[in-house]
Design a protein around this ligand. Sequence first.
Ligand SMILES: Cc1cc2nc3c(=O)[nH]c(=O)nc-3n(C[C@H](O)[C@H](O)[C@H](O)COP(=O)(O)O)c2cc1C
Length: 199
Amino acid sequence: MSRPDNSGLAKPWPGSAADETQFRDVIRHLASGVTVVTSSLGGEPVGLTATAVCSVSATPPSLLVSLTANTRTAQGVVETDAFAVHLLPFRARGIAEQFASSRSHFEAVHYSVISEKRIPLLTDVVGWLLCHVKEKFWVEDHLVFVGRVVGCELKDTAPDPLLYLDRNYRRLLPGAERGAENLEPWGSSQDVGLPGFGW
Ligand SMILES: Cc1cc2nc3c(=O)[nH]c(=O)nc-3n(C[C@H](O)[C@H](O)[C@H](O)COP(=O)(O)O)c2cc1C
């Protein structure tokens, strides 16, 4: 097989910022799991639907969420230095819609409350992760919170997750996947024997 000749492919640096519409057209094809991020503001539960959630580290367990700064939820996280991330099952699509709407987010939603900081933990979820804020920083009109995971629970060991892609909610097609390969090189030494990152 001959080696590909890529020597003529250099393109000029495009500029300081891509066109916003083009950016949206590309990034909306990044498939995401749908979460609800909750916190508490003035002692009242707050929460929103969020896809800007990312695992950061397993040692120690850390994740980040990016929240529009003027949302009640971001204000609650600033106030309490705490938040919970809930992974939604496909059957909870209505919950995702409710937590992204202008309606009352917690109406008819089952939850318990973690004492002191009064962080709501939703009941009907694939799993949840409770976080203490380690770092926060501004990016344009967003606040990015890096949370240390202080507790978590997988409630459904055969989950049917709610996904979001191209401005719509989606569902995995069972059986479409095959066994993943080449994951080991990504693992740290502590992950030996586990696939990939260890999660
Ligand atoms: C699929 C989907 C994903 C969303 N992801 C985010 C997100 O990652 N961060 C964010 O700040 N808002 C996100 N939103 C918008 C919030 O859910 C929405 O603005 C919410 O009503 C804010 O509520 P609050 O002001 O009561 O906190 C998303 C909305 C949808 C429908």
